[in-house]
Design a protein around this ligand. Structure first.
Ligand SMILES: NC(=O)C1=CN([C@@H]2O[C@H](COP(=O)(O)OP(=O)(O)OC[C@H]3O[C@@H](n4cnc5c(N)ncnc54)[C@H](OP(=O)(O)O)[C@@H]3O)[C@@H](O)[C@H]2O)[C@@H](O)CC1
Ligand SMILES: [K+]
Length: 559
Protein backbone atom coordinates (compact mmCIF):
# COMPACT_ATOMS: atom_id res chain seq x y z
CA UNK A 1 0.00 0.00 0.00
CA UNK A 2 1.33 3.44 -0.85
CA UNK A 3 2.03 6.01 1.84
CA UNK A 4 -0.53 8.33 0.20
CA UNK A 5 -3.32 5.76 0.37
CA UNK A 6 -2.56 5.11 4.07
CA UNK A 7 -2.80 8.90 4.61
CA UNK A 8 -6.12 9.19 2.75
CA UNK A 9 -7.57 6.33 4.73
CA UNK A 10 -6.39 7.87 8.00
CA UNK A 11 -7.93 11.21 7.01
CA UNK A 12 -11.27 9.55 6.26
CA UNK A 13 -11.15 7.80 9.61
CA UNK A 14 -10.66 11.14 11.40
CA UNK A 15 -13.50 12.78 9.45
CA UNK A 16 -15.86 10.01 10.38
CA UNK A 17 -14.93 10.24 14.06
CA UNK A 18 -15.51 13.99 14.09
CA UNK A 19 -19.09 13.34 13.02
CA UNK A 20 -19.64 11.06 16.00
CA UNK A 21 -17.36 12.19 18.77
CA UNK A 22 -19.40 11.88 21.92
CA UNK A 23 -18.78 9.32 24.60
CA UNK A 24 -21.79 7.02 24.90
CA UNK A 25 -22.86 6.15 28.45
CA UNK A 26 -23.27 2.41 29.02
CA UNK A 27 -25.39 0.98 31.83
CA UNK A 28 -25.65 -2.39 33.52
CA UNK A 29 -29.08 -4.09 33.36
CA UNK A 30 -29.28 -3.63 37.13
CA UNK A 31 -28.88 0.12 36.65
CA UNK A 32 -31.56 0.08 33.94
CA UNK A 33 -34.01 -1.66 36.25
CA UNK A 34 -33.13 1.05 38.81
CA UNK A 35 -33.71 3.85 36.30
CA UNK A 36 -37.10 2.37 35.40
CA UNK A 37 -37.99 1.98 39.08
CA UNK A 38 -37.16 5.63 39.73
CA UNK A 39 -39.51 6.55 36.87
CA UNK A 40 -42.32 4.45 38.30
CA UNK A 41 -41.67 5.71 41.86
CA UNK A 42 -42.14 9.23 40.49
CA UNK A 43 -45.74 8.27 39.69
CA UNK A 44 -45.39 7.02 36.14
CA UNK A 45 -47.17 3.88 34.99
CA UNK A 46 -45.15 0.84 33.93
CA UNK A 47 -47.66 -0.34 31.32
CA UNK A 48 -47.71 3.12 29.80
CA UNK A 49 -43.91 2.88 29.43
CA UNK A 50 -44.26 -0.49 27.70
CA UNK A 51 -46.85 1.03 25.34
CA UNK A 52 -44.53 3.95 24.65
CA UNK A 53 -41.59 1.58 23.96
CA UNK A 54 -43.68 -0.59 21.66
CA UNK A 55 -45.11 2.36 19.75
CA UNK A 56 -41.66 3.76 19.08
CA UNK A 57 -40.40 0.33 17.98
CA UNK A 58 -43.41 -0.29 15.72
CA UNK A 59 -43.16 3.16 14.21
CA UNK A 60 -39.44 2.76 13.61
CA UNK A 61 -39.94 -0.61 11.90
CA UNK A 62 -42.82 0.58 9.74
CA UNK A 63 -41.02 3.75 8.71
CA UNK A 64 -37.83 1.85 7.92
CA UNK A 65 -39.13 -1.19 6.07
CA UNK A 66 -42.57 -0.47 4.57
CA UNK A 67 -42.66 -0.47 0.81
CA UNK A 68 -45.14 1.06 -1.61
CA UNK A 69 -47.79 -1.38 -2.82
CA UNK A 70 -47.05 -4.56 -0.83
CA UNK A 71 -48.14 -5.09 2.73
CA UNK A 72 -45.24 -5.43 5.12
CA UNK A 73 -45.14 -8.99 6.48
CA UNK A 74 -43.92 -9.25 10.04
CA UNK A 75 -43.23 -12.21 12.32
CA UNK A 76 -43.07 -11.22 16.00
CA UNK A 77 -41.40 -13.78 18.29
CA UNK A 78 -42.49 -13.22 21.88
CA UNK A 79 -41.24 -14.66 25.17
CA UNK A 80 -42.94 -14.65 28.53
CA UNK A 81 -41.49 -11.58 30.28
CA UNK A 82 -41.71 -7.84 29.62
CA UNK A 83 -39.54 -8.17 26.51
CA UNK A 84 -42.30 -10.42 25.20
CA UNK A 85 -44.81 -7.81 26.40
CA UNK A 86 -43.07 -5.24 24.20
CA UNK A 87 -43.36 -7.75 21.35
CA UNK A 88 -47.12 -8.24 21.80
CA UNK A 89 -47.71 -4.49 21.69
CA UNK A 90 -45.40 -4.06 18.70
CA UNK A 91 -47.56 -6.67 16.94
CA UNK A 92 -50.66 -4.68 17.88
CA UNK A 93 -49.32 -1.34 16.65
CA UNK A 94 -47.82 -2.75 13.44
CA UNK A 95 -51.19 -4.32 12.67
CA UNK A 96 -52.85 -0.97 13.20
CA UNK A 97 -50.24 0.68 10.97
CA UNK A 98 -51.28 -1.71 8.18
CA UNK A 99 -48.74 -4.57 8.35
CA UNK A 100 -49.69 -8.27 8.19
CA UNK A 101 -48.50 -9.67 11.46
CA UNK A 102 -47.92 -13.15 12.85
CA UNK A 103 -47.12 -13.60 16.52
CA UNK A 104 -45.18 -16.69 17.51
CA UNK A 105 -45.39 -17.09 21.26
CA UNK A 106 -42.56 -19.20 22.63
CA UNK A 107 -42.37 -20.99 25.98
CA UNK A 108 -44.89 -21.11 28.81
CA UNK A 109 -47.56 -18.50 29.60
CA UNK A 110 -46.59 -14.85 30.10
CA UNK A 111 -45.09 -14.22 33.51
CA UNK A 112 -45.57 -10.52 34.28
CA UNK A 113 -48.65 -8.37 34.79
CA UNK A 114 -47.66 -5.91 32.05
CA UNK A 115 -46.90 -8.70 29.57
CA UNK A 116 -50.32 -10.23 30.29
CA UNK A 117 -52.05 -6.90 29.64
CA UNK A 118 -50.01 -6.49 26.46
CA UNK A 119 -50.99 -9.96 25.26
CA UNK A 120 -54.67 -9.27 25.91
CA UNK A 121 -54.53 -5.91 24.14
CA UNK A 122 -52.70 -7.35 21.14
CA UNK A 123 -54.81 -10.49 20.89
CA UNK A 124 -57.94 -8.37 20.66
CA UNK A 125 -56.49 -6.27 17.85
CA UNK A 126 -55.07 -9.25 15.99
CA UNK A 127 -58.33 -11.22 16.26
CA UNK A 128 -60.35 -8.22 15.09
CA UNK A 129 -57.98 -7.81 12.25
CA UNK A 130 -58.24 -11.47 11.39
CA UNK A 131 -61.76 -10.85 10.12
CA UNK A 132 -60.33 -8.43 7.60
CA UNK A 133 -56.99 -10.06 6.85
CA UNK A 134 -57.27 -13.83 6.55
CA UNK A 135 -53.69 -14.67 7.30
CA UNK A 136 -53.31 -12.99 10.68
CA UNK A 137 -51.86 -15.67 12.87
CA UNK A 138 -51.04 -16.40 16.47
CA UNK A 139 -48.99 -19.53 17.11
CA UNK A 140 -47.77 -20.96 20.37
CA UNK A 141 -44.55 -22.88 20.80
CA UNK A 142 -44.06 -24.78 24.01
CA UNK A 143 -42.14 -27.76 22.77
CA UNK A 144 -40.41 -29.13 19.73
CA UNK A 145 -43.47 -30.84 18.24
CA UNK A 146 -45.57 -27.72 18.35
CA UNK A 147 -42.64 -25.78 16.91
CA UNK A 148 -42.49 -28.01 13.83
CA UNK A 149 -46.27 -27.73 13.46
CA UNK A 150 -46.21 -23.95 13.64
CA UNK A 151 -43.42 -23.76 11.11
CA UNK A 152 -45.45 -25.85 8.69
CA UNK A 153 -48.62 -23.85 9.22
CA UNK A 154 -47.55 -20.28 8.92
CA UNK A 155 -46.64 -18.60 5.71
CA UNK A 156 -45.61 -15.71 7.94
CA UNK A 157 -42.43 -17.48 8.77
CA UNK A 158 -41.27 -16.15 5.41
CA UNK A 159 -41.69 -12.54 6.51
CA UNK A 160 -39.97 -9.26 5.55
CA UNK A 161 -39.11 -8.54 9.17
CA UNK A 162 -38.80 -10.67 12.29
CA UNK A 163 -39.17 -8.86 15.57
CA UNK A 164 -37.17 -10.68 18.26
CA UNK A 165 -38.89 -10.16 21.62
CA UNK A 166 -37.99 -13.45 23.31
CA UNK A 167 -35.67 -12.15 26.03
CA UNK A 168 -34.32 -8.76 27.01
CA UNK A 169 -32.35 -7.80 30.07
CA UNK A 170 -34.00 -10.56 32.13
CA UNK A 171 -32.07 -13.40 30.45
CA UNK A 172 -29.90 -15.15 33.00
CA UNK A 173 -29.26 -18.64 31.63
CA UNK A 174 -28.87 -20.57 28.42
CA UNK A 175 -32.04 -20.72 26.31
CA UNK A 176 -33.29 -24.29 26.02
CA UNK A 177 -35.98 -26.41 24.31
CA UNK A 178 -38.53 -24.22 22.47
CA UNK A 179 -36.47 -21.04 23.06
CA UNK A 180 -33.34 -22.60 21.63
CA UNK A 181 -35.39 -23.92 18.68
CA UNK A 182 -36.87 -20.50 18.03
CA UNK A 183 -33.45 -18.82 18.10
CA UNK A 184 -32.05 -21.43 15.71
CA UNK A 185 -35.06 -21.00 13.45
CA UNK A 186 -34.73 -17.19 13.31
CA UNK A 187 -31.03 -17.42 12.46
CA UNK A 188 -31.57 -20.16 9.89
CA UNK A 189 -34.43 -18.25 8.25
CA UNK A 190 -32.04 -15.39 7.57
CA UNK A 191 -29.79 -17.76 5.66
CA UNK A 192 -32.68 -18.89 3.40
CA UNK A 193 -34.34 -15.53 2.98
CA UNK A 194 -31.66 -12.91 2.41
CA UNK A 195 -34.22 -10.09 2.35
CA UNK A 196 -35.34 -10.90 5.90
CA UNK A 197 -34.42 -8.25 8.45
CA UNK A 198 -34.20 -9.23 12.10
CA UNK A 199 -34.91 -6.47 14.61
CA UNK A 200 -34.15 -7.29 18.24
CA UNK A 201 -36.08 -5.50 20.96
CA UNK A 202 -33.67 -4.10 23.53
CA UNK A 203 -31.14 -6.98 23.38
CA UNK A 204 -30.64 -9.82 20.87
CA UNK A 205 -32.30 -12.73 22.67
CA UNK A 206 -29.64 -14.96 24.16
CA UNK A 207 -27.10 -12.19 24.80
CA UNK A 208 -26.42 -11.49 28.48
CA UNK A 209 -26.76 -7.73 28.64
CA UNK A 210 -24.39 -7.29 31.60
CA UNK A 211 -21.40 -9.18 30.19
CA UNK A 212 -21.95 -9.70 26.45
CA UNK A 213 -21.81 -13.44 26.95
CA UNK A 214 -23.74 -15.79 24.66
CA UNK A 215 -24.31 -19.36 25.88
CA UNK A 216 -23.33 -22.00 23.29
CA UNK A 217 -23.85 -19.59 20.36
CA UNK A 218 -27.58 -19.56 21.15
CA UNK A 219 -28.56 -15.98 20.44
CA UNK A 220 -30.44 -14.16 17.72
CA UNK A 221 -28.19 -12.60 15.10
CA UNK A 222 -29.91 -9.26 14.61
CA UNK A 223 -29.58 -6.71 11.83
CA UNK A 224 -30.79 -4.00 14.18
CA UNK A 225 -31.02 -3.83 17.95
CA UNK A 226 -33.36 -1.14 19.26
CA UNK A 227 -31.99 -0.24 22.72
CA UNK A 228 -34.67 0.84 25.17
CA UNK A 229 -34.17 3.38 27.97
CA UNK A 230 -30.34 3.21 28.02
CA UNK A 231 -27.54 1.44 26.18
CA UNK A 232 -26.62 -1.79 27.95
CA UNK A 233 -22.92 -2.28 28.49
CA UNK A 234 -22.95 -5.93 27.45
CA UNK A 235 -23.94 -4.99 23.90
CA UNK A 236 -20.37 -3.78 23.39
CA UNK A 237 -18.52 -6.66 24.99
CA UNK A 238 -17.33 -10.09 23.90
CA UNK A 239 -19.70 -12.25 21.84
CA UNK A 240 -22.44 -9.61 21.71
CA UNK A 241 -20.63 -7.66 19.03
CA UNK A 242 -21.33 -10.47 16.54
CA UNK A 243 -25.06 -10.50 17.35
CA UNK A 244 -26.36 -6.94 17.76
CA UNK A 245 -26.09 -5.63 14.22
CA UNK A 246 -26.57 -1.86 14.13
CA UNK A 247 -27.62 -0.25 17.40
CA UNK A 248 -30.39 2.34 17.54
CA UNK A 249 -31.26 4.10 20.82
CA UNK A 250 -34.84 4.74 21.91
CA UNK A 251 -34.24 6.53 25.26
CA UNK A 252 -37.95 6.76 26.25
CA UNK A 253 -37.54 8.43 29.66
CA UNK A 254 -35.46 11.31 31.05
CA UNK A 255 -34.67 9.58 34.37
CA UNK A 256 -31.44 8.32 32.84
CA UNK A 257 -30.06 11.88 32.81
CA UNK A 258 -27.48 12.50 35.49
CA UNK A 259 -27.11 8.80 36.33
CA UNK A 260 -23.48 7.77 36.40
CA UNK A 261 -23.03 4.93 33.88
CA UNK A 262 -21.04 1.77 34.51
CA UNK A 263 -18.74 2.55 31.57
CA UNK A 264 -18.37 4.86 28.56
CA UNK A 265 -18.10 3.83 24.95
CA UNK A 266 -15.33 5.74 23.18
CA UNK A 267 -15.08 5.85 19.39
CA UNK A 268 -11.87 7.76 18.76
CA UNK A 269 -8.77 9.38 20.19
CA UNK A 270 -8.51 12.97 21.40
CA UNK A 271 -7.15 15.65 19.03
CA UNK A 272 -3.46 16.45 19.56
CA UNK A 273 -1.82 19.89 19.76
CA UNK A 274 0.68 21.01 17.11
CA UNK A 275 4.38 20.82 18.01
CA UNK A 276 6.23 24.01 18.89
CA UNK A 277 9.05 24.91 16.49
CA UNK A 278 11.58 25.81 19.16
CA UNK A 279 12.15 22.26 20.36
CA UNK A 280 14.79 19.53 20.20
CA UNK A 281 14.85 15.76 20.71
CA UNK A 282 15.21 16.23 24.44
CA UNK A 283 11.82 17.95 24.45
CA UNK A 284 10.01 14.75 23.48
CA UNK A 285 11.12 12.30 26.10
CA UNK A 286 13.30 9.23 26.34
CA UNK A 287 11.67 5.78 26.28
CA UNK A 288 13.43 2.67 27.53
CA UNK A 289 12.04 -0.60 26.20
CA UNK A 290 13.15 -3.68 28.13
CA UNK A 291 12.28 -6.89 26.29
CA UNK A 292 13.20 -8.92 23.23
CA UNK A 293 15.02 -11.72 25.02
CA UNK A 294 16.41 -15.02 23.85
CA UNK A 295 15.93 -17.67 26.46
CA UNK A 296 18.31 -20.64 26.30
CA UNK A 297 17.04 -23.33 23.97
CA UNK A 298 13.98 -21.37 22.88
CA UNK A 299 13.13 -19.17 19.96
CA UNK A 300 14.06 -15.53 20.17
CA UNK A 301 11.57 -12.75 20.80
CA UNK A 302 13.55 -9.84 19.43
CA UNK A 303 10.68 -8.83 17.13
CA UNK A 304 8.57 -7.83 20.15
CA UNK A 305 11.05 -5.14 21.19
CA UNK A 306 11.58 -4.01 17.58
CA UNK A 307 7.83 -3.57 17.00
CA UNK A 308 7.49 -1.60 20.24
CA UNK A 309 10.46 0.58 19.35
CA UNK A 310 9.35 1.47 15.85
CA UNK A 311 5.84 2.31 17.09
CA UNK A 312 7.17 4.48 19.93
CA UNK A 313 9.13 6.46 17.33
CA UNK A 314 5.95 6.79 15.22
CA UNK A 315 4.36 8.69 18.14
CA UNK A 316 7.13 11.28 17.97
CA UNK A 317 9.22 10.30 20.97
CA UNK A 318 12.58 12.10 21.03
CA UNK A 319 14.95 9.34 22.15
CA UNK A 320 14.61 5.63 22.55
CA UNK A 321 16.78 2.86 23.91
CA UNK A 322 16.03 -0.82 23.60
CA UNK A 323 17.47 -3.17 26.19
CA UNK A 324 17.20 -6.50 24.38
CA UNK A 325 19.25 -9.67 24.06
CA UNK A 326 22.46 -8.85 22.22
CA UNK A 327 21.63 -11.46 19.56
CA UNK A 328 19.05 -8.95 18.26
CA UNK A 329 21.12 -5.77 18.28
CA UNK A 330 21.96 -6.17 14.59
CA UNK A 331 18.35 -6.62 13.50
CA UNK A 332 17.22 -3.80 15.82
CA UNK A 333 19.60 -1.33 14.23
CA UNK A 334 18.61 -2.61 10.76
CA UNK A 335 14.91 -2.10 11.48
CA UNK A 336 15.06 0.98 13.75
CA UNK A 337 18.44 2.66 13.17
CA UNK A 338 17.45 5.68 15.30
CA UNK A 339 17.17 3.45 18.41
CA UNK A 340 20.03 3.02 20.88
CA UNK A 341 20.66 -0.46 22.20
CA UNK A 342 21.73 -2.08 25.46
CA UNK A 343 22.24 -5.70 26.44
CA UNK A 344 19.18 -6.76 28.43
CA UNK A 345 21.44 -8.95 30.58
CA UNK A 346 23.88 -6.13 31.38
CA UNK A 347 21.93 -5.27 34.49
CA UNK A 348 24.02 -2.39 35.79
CA UNK A 349 23.92 -0.53 32.42
CA UNK A 350 20.18 -1.09 32.14
CA UNK A 351 19.68 0.14 35.71
CA UNK A 352 21.67 3.31 35.04
CA UNK A 353 19.50 4.04 32.04
CA UNK A 354 16.28 3.35 33.97
CA UNK A 355 17.36 6.19 36.26
CA UNK A 356 17.57 8.57 33.29
CA UNK A 357 14.60 7.63 31.09
CA UNK A 358 11.14 9.20 31.12
CA UNK A 359 9.22 5.96 30.74
CA UNK A 360 10.12 2.31 31.12
CA UNK A 361 8.06 -0.17 29.07
CA UNK A 362 8.95 -3.64 30.25
CA UNK A 363 7.94 -7.19 29.43
CA UNK A 364 7.46 -7.54 25.64
CA UNK A 365 9.28 -10.77 24.69
CA UNK A 366 11.06 -10.57 28.05
CA UNK A 367 11.09 -14.35 28.61
CA UNK A 368 9.56 -16.36 31.43
CA UNK A 369 12.49 -18.39 32.72
CA UNK A 370 14.14 -18.01 36.12
CA UNK A 371 16.86 -15.61 34.94
CA UNK A 372 14.26 -13.40 33.20
CA UNK A 373 12.29 -13.31 36.44
CA UNK A 374 15.37 -12.19 38.35
CA UNK A 375 16.07 -9.44 35.82
CA UNK A 376 12.44 -8.29 35.82
CA UNK A 377 12.37 -8.00 39.61
CA UNK A 378 15.64 -6.06 39.58
CA UNK A 379 14.51 -3.59 36.91
CA UNK A 380 11.14 -3.11 38.52
CA UNK A 381 12.72 -2.34 41.90
CA UNK A 382 15.06 0.17 40.24
CA UNK A 383 12.17 1.89 38.42
CA UNK A 384 10.29 2.17 41.71
CA UNK A 385 13.33 3.58 43.53
CA UNK A 386 13.88 6.07 40.71
CA UNK A 387 10.17 7.00 40.50
CA UNK A 388 9.90 6.24 36.77
CA UNK A 389 6.52 6.02 34.96
CA UNK A 390 5.94 2.41 34.00
CA UNK A 391 4.22 0.27 31.43
CA UNK A 392 4.14 -3.44 32.25
CA UNK A 393 3.15 -5.83 29.49
CA UNK A 394 3.26 -9.49 28.43
CA UNK A 395 6.00 -11.49 30.21
CA UNK A 396 6.35 -8.61 32.66
CA UNK A 397 2.77 -9.30 33.77
CA UNK A 398 3.59 -12.99 34.03
CA UNK A 399 6.44 -12.20 36.42
CA UNK A 400 4.35 -9.66 38.29
CA UNK A 401 1.85 -12.40 39.13
CA UNK A 402 4.70 -14.45 40.61
CA UNK A 403 5.99 -11.43 42.53
CA UNK A 404 2.53 -10.88 44.01
CA UNK A 405 2.97 -14.24 45.74
CA UNK A 406 6.71 -14.27 46.41
CA UNK A 407 7.39 -10.62 47.26
CA UNK A 408 4.07 -8.93 48.10
CA UNK A 409 5.89 -5.84 49.42
CA UNK A 410 6.79 -4.96 45.82
CA UNK A 411 3.07 -4.84 44.98
CA UNK A 412 2.58 -2.45 47.92
CA UNK A 413 5.34 -0.27 46.45
CA UNK A 414 3.68 -0.36 43.02
CA UNK A 415 0.36 0.63 44.59
CA UNK A 416 2.07 3.58 46.32
CA UNK A 417 4.00 4.50 43.15
CA UNK A 418 0.76 4.60 41.12
CA UNK A 419 -0.62 7.26 43.47
CA UNK A 420 1.89 9.77 42.17
CA UNK A 421 3.08 8.35 38.84
CA UNK A 422 1.58 6.72 35.80
CA UNK A 423 1.66 2.93 36.00
CA UNK A 424 -0.07 1.22 33.08
CA UNK A 425 -0.82 -2.49 32.83
CA UNK A 426 -1.90 -4.12 29.57
CA UNK A 427 -2.97 -7.77 30.03
CA UNK A 428 -5.10 -10.06 27.92
CA UNK A 429 -7.44 -12.36 29.79
CA UNK A 430 -4.81 -15.10 30.34
CA UNK A 431 -2.37 -12.66 31.93
CA UNK A 432 -5.19 -11.00 33.89
CA UNK A 433 -6.25 -14.42 35.20
CA UNK A 434 -2.75 -15.11 36.56
CA UNK A 435 -2.70 -11.71 38.24
CA UNK A 436 -5.99 -12.45 40.00
CA UNK A 437 -5.27 -16.14 40.54
CA UNK A 438 -8.28 -17.24 38.51
CA UNK A 439 -8.70 -18.77 35.06
CA UNK A 440 -8.89 -16.83 31.80
CA UNK A 441 -12.43 -18.21 31.39
CA UNK A 442 -13.46 -16.61 34.66
CA UNK A 443 -12.01 -13.29 33.50
CA UNK A 444 -13.95 -13.59 30.25
CA UNK A 445 -17.22 -14.36 32.05
CA UNK A 446 -17.32 -10.82 33.42
CA UNK A 447 -14.64 -8.56 31.98
CA UNK A 448 -15.95 -5.43 33.70
CA UNK A 449 -15.73 -7.10 37.10
CA UNK A 450 -12.26 -8.42 36.25
CA UNK A 451 -10.75 -5.06 35.32
CA UNK A 452 -12.22 -3.53 38.46
CA UNK A 453 -10.67 -6.28 40.59
CA UNK A 454 -7.29 -5.77 38.90
CA UNK A 455 -7.31 -2.05 39.69
CA UNK A 456 -8.46 -2.73 43.25
CA UNK A 457 -5.61 -5.17 43.79
CA UNK A 458 -2.75 -3.36 42.01
CA UNK A 459 -3.86 0.29 41.57
CA UNK A 460 -2.71 2.09 38.36
CA UNK A 461 -4.40 2.22 34.94
CA UNK A 462 -5.49 -0.99 33.25
CA UNK A 463 -6.21 -2.22 29.78
CA UNK A 464 -8.00 -5.56 29.44
CA UNK A 465 -7.46 -6.58 25.83
CA UNK A 466 -10.11 -8.41 23.85
CA UNK A 467 -13.27 -7.81 21.83
CA UNK A 468 -14.39 -4.46 23.18
CA UNK A 469 -11.10 -3.69 24.95
CA UNK A 470 -11.63 -2.10 28.35
CA UNK A 471 -9.55 0.67 29.90
CA UNK A 472 -9.89 1.60 33.55
CA UNK A 473 -8.36 4.82 34.83
CA UNK A 474 -9.17 6.35 38.21
CA UNK A 475 -12.30 4.28 38.61
CA UNK A 476 -13.75 5.14 35.20
CA UNK A 477 -14.11 2.41 32.59
CA UNK A 478 -13.98 3.10 28.86
CA UNK A 479 -14.94 0.58 26.20
CA UNK A 480 -12.99 0.92 22.97
CA UNK A 481 -15.47 1.02 20.08
CA UNK A 482 -12.79 0.98 17.38
CA UNK A 483 -10.59 -1.90 16.20
CA UNK A 484 -11.36 -5.12 14.36
CA UNK A 485 -10.88 -8.88 14.31
CA UNK A 486 -7.79 -8.58 12.09
CA UNK A 487 -5.93 -7.13 15.06
CA UNK A 488 -5.97 -10.52 16.80
CA UNK A 489 -2.50 -11.32 15.52
CA UNK A 490 1.04 -11.67 16.86
CA UNK A 491 2.85 -8.49 17.78
CA UNK A 492 -0.20 -6.21 18.11
CA UNK A 493 0.33 -6.02 21.87
CA UNK A 494 3.97 -5.05 21.39
CA UNK A 495 2.88 -2.28 19.02
CA UNK A 496 0.45 -1.02 21.63
CA UNK A 497 3.07 -0.98 24.40
CA UNK A 498 5.44 1.02 22.23
CA UNK A 499 2.63 3.43 21.33
CA UNK A 500 1.68 3.88 24.97
CA UNK A 501 5.31 4.40 26.00
CA UNK A 502 5.80 7.01 23.26
CA UNK A 503 2.81 9.04 24.47
CA UNK A 504 3.63 8.68 28.15
CA UNK A 505 7.24 9.83 27.75
CA UNK A 506 6.29 13.08 25.98
CA UNK A 507 5.62 15.49 28.79
CA UNK A 508 4.99 18.24 26.22
CA UNK A 509 1.69 16.57 25.38
CA UNK A 510 -1.38 17.59 27.37
CA UNK A 511 -2.37 15.22 30.15
CA UNK A 512 -5.44 14.10 28.21
CA UNK A 513 -3.19 12.78 25.42
CA UNK A 514 -0.81 10.93 27.73
CA UNK A 515 -3.37 8.37 28.75
CA UNK A 516 -3.75 4.67 28.26
CA UNK A 517 -7.14 5.13 26.57
CA UNK A 518 -5.55 7.54 24.07
CA UNK A 519 -2.97 4.89 23.19
CA UNK A 520 -5.65 2.21 22.87
CA UNK A 521 -7.81 4.40 20.64
CA UNK A 522 -4.93 5.41 18.32
CA UNK A 523 -3.93 1.74 18.09
CA UNK A 524 -7.49 0.66 17.24
CA UNK A 525 -7.96 3.48 14.72
CA UNK A 526 -4.73 2.52 12.97
CA UNK A 527 -5.96 -1.08 12.88
CA UNK A 528 -9.23 0.06 11.29
CA UNK A 529 -7.39 2.05 8.61
CA UNK A 530 -5.37 -1.04 7.76
CA UNK A 531 -8.43 -3.28 7.80
CA UNK A 532 -10.13 -1.06 5.22
CA UNK A 533 -7.04 -1.26 3.03
CA UNK A 534 -5.88 -4.84 3.50
CA UNK A 535 -8.83 -6.72 5.00
CA UNK A 536 -8.86 -8.62 8.28
CA UNK A 537 -6.91 -11.63 7.08
CA UNK A 538 -3.77 -9.87 5.91
CA UNK A 539 -3.49 -7.28 8.68
CA UNK A 540 -0.10 -7.55 10.40
CA UNK A 541 1.47 -5.84 13.39
CA UNK A 542 4.46 -4.81 11.30
CA UNK A 543 2.13 -2.67 9.11
CA UNK A 544 1.05 -0.64 12.11
CA UNK A 545 3.86 1.82 12.97
CA UNK A 546 3.58 4.11 9.90
CA UNK A 547 -0.22 4.18 10.19
CA UNK A 548 0.06 5.08 13.88
CA UNK A 549 2.18 8.06 12.78
CA UNK A 550 -0.46 9.09 10.23
CA UNK A 551 -3.26 8.87 12.79
CA UNK A 552 -1.16 11.06 15.13
CA UNK A 553 -0.76 13.59 12.32
CA UNK A 554 -4.47 13.58 11.49
CA UNK A 555 -5.33 14.03 15.16
CA UNK A 556 -3.06 17.07 15.20
CA UNK A 557 -4.86 18.56 12.21
CA UNK A 558 -8.21 17.77 13.83
CA UNK A 559 -7.31 20.14 16.69
N1 LIG B 1 -41.77 -1.99 32.64
C1 LIG B 1 -40.46 -2.12 32.44
O1 LIG B 1 -39.69 -2.31 33.38
C2 LIG B 1 -40.02 -2.08 31.06
C3 LIG B 1 -39.30 -3.13 30.52
N2 LIG B 1 -39.09 -3.20 29.21
C4 LIG B 1 -38.73 -4.45 28.58
O2 LIG B 1 -38.67 -5.49 29.51
C5 LIG B 1 -37.46 -6.24 29.38
C6 LIG B 1 -37.10 -6.87 30.66
O3 LIG B 1 -38.19 -7.66 31.03
P1 LIG B 1 -38.10 -8.78 32.13
O4 LIG B 1 -37.41 -8.24 33.31
O5 LIG B 1 -39.47 -9.27 32.34
O6 LIG B 1 -37.17 -9.90 31.48
P2 LIG B 1 -37.16 -10.62 30.06
O7 LIG B 1 -35.89 -10.27 29.39
O8 LIG B 1 -38.41 -10.37 29.29
O9 LIG B 1 -37.10 -12.18 30.48
C7 LIG B 1 -38.26 -12.74 31.00
C8 LIG B 1 -38.01 -13.86 31.96
O10 LIG B 1 -37.53 -15.01 31.32
C9 LIG B 1 -36.93 -15.89 32.28
N3 LIG B 1 -35.69 -16.36 31.71
C10 LIG B 1 -34.45 -15.78 31.72
N4 LIG B 1 -33.58 -16.50 31.00
C11 LIG B 1 -34.27 -17.55 30.51
C12 LIG B 1 -33.93 -18.65 29.69
N5 LIG B 1 -32.69 -18.80 29.21
N6 LIG B 1 -34.88 -19.54 29.37
C13 LIG B 1 -36.14 -19.41 29.84
N7 LIG B 1 -36.54 -18.37 30.62
C14 LIG B 1 -35.61 -17.47 30.96
C15 LIG B 1 -36.75 -15.09 33.53
O11 LIG B 1 -37.74 -15.44 34.45
P3 LIG B 1 -37.63 -16.76 35.39
O12 LIG B 1 -37.98 -17.94 34.51
O13 LIG B 1 -36.22 -16.82 35.90
O14 LIG B 1 -38.65 -16.52 36.45
C16 LIG B 1 -36.98 -13.65 33.04
O15 LIG B 1 -37.46 -12.82 34.03
C17 LIG B 1 -36.50 -5.24 28.83
O16 LIG B 1 -35.42 -5.86 28.17
C18 LIG B 1 -37.38 -4.45 27.89
O17 LIG B 1 -37.53 -5.12 26.66
C19 LIG B 1 -39.55 -2.12 28.35
O18 LIG B 1 -40.85 -2.44 27.97
C20 LIG B 1 -39.55 -0.77 29.03
C21 LIG B 1 -40.39 -0.88 30.26
K1 LIG C 1 -34.97 -9.41 22.43
Amino acid sequence: MSKQSHCDAAARSIQSIQANDALVPLYSPKQVYGIEKAWFDAGNDSYALMQQAAWQIAHWIYRTYSKAGDKLKIGVWVGRGNNGGDGWLVADYLTQLGAQVAVIEVGPEVSTADALLAKQQATATLNNNKQVIEQTFIGHLANQTSFAKVCEQSEYLSADVYVDALFGIGLDRAPQSAYADAIRYINAAKQHNHRLQVVSVDVPSGVVSSTGEVFDEQAVRADITLCLVARKVGLHLKDAMDYTGKLVDLPLIPTVLGKLPQAWLQHHAQPLPARDHNTHKGSFGHVLIAGGNQVDGSQGMGGAAILSASTAFATGVGKLTVACHKAFHGSLIGAVPNAMSLDLHDASSVESLIAQCDTLAIGMGFGRDESSFTLFERYLRTALQQSIPLIIDADGLYHLASLAKQAPEIIDQLIAHAKTHEVWYTPHSGEAGRLLDISADEIEKDRLAAITQLANKYNGSWLLKGAGSLVLHKGEIRVCAAGNAGMATAGMGDVLSGLAAGLLAQSVLPKSSRTLIQAVMIHAMAGDVLERKKGVWALQASDMPPVVGQIMQQLTQAQ
